[in-house]
Design a protein around this ligand. Structure first.
Ligand SMILES: Nc1ncnc2c1ncn2[C@@H]1O[C@H](COP(=O)(O)OP(=O)(O)O)[C@@H](O)[C@H]1O
Ligand SMILES: [Mg+2]
Length: 138
């Protein structure tokens, strides 16, 4: 689908968020600045979290609520050993949370083989984005 503004991206995230359940894992794919965190902000909003911001400098942020949100940004781990990553203890968190992962292509199949994927790319104009959903139906 075509998204025309950052507000629309957040709105799409919120629509997706209302369909999610504990144990769901979403891989967000797309280049830096394309809108992965904006989409995650919408998912967080649907789960009752108003303050989702990029976890780039901490690898992951955990929002605790009725249905917790785990937001991972593995950008800093690209090309590194996964020791730091394993410290996040995702195996125990995933089953009781919604987990959204940016920059996780290299390890997602190991931790969540059944994940959904949202691929975002740039469209024809500055604020336009193309979003492809795999494993998510709205
Ligand atoms: N349609 C759009 N969807 C999402 N972000 C957009 C859109 N148009 C412009 N932007 C801008 O692009 C940037 C996306 O940043 P961010 O969500 O942090 O990207 P990422 O997490 O993929 O690196 C923001 O500055 C946002 O305002
Ligand atoms: Mg981001």
């Amino acid at each position: 689908m075509i998204i025309s503004s950052v507000d629309e991206m957040v709105e799409l995230g919120a629509r997706i968020g209302t369909t999610l359940q504990a144990g769901d894992v979403i891989l967000l794919s797309g280049e830096l600045g394309v809108g992965k965190t904006a989409l995650t902000r919408g998912i967080g909003r649907a789960l009752g979290f108003t303050d989702v911001t990029s976890p780039t400098f901490v690898i992951a942020k955990i929002y605790n609520g009725a249905l917790p949100l785990v937001h991972v940004d593995a950008y800093r781990l690209l090309g590194q050993e996964l020791a730091t990553f394993d410290d996040l203890d995702l195996e125990t968190r995933i089953p009781r949370s919604v987990t959204v992962i940016e920059w996780g292509e290299s390890f997602i199949d190991r931790i969540a083989p059944d994940h959904a994927t949202i691929r975002i790319s740039h469209g024809a104009s500055e604020n336009e984005r193309i979003v492809e959903l795999t494993g998510i139906s709205l």
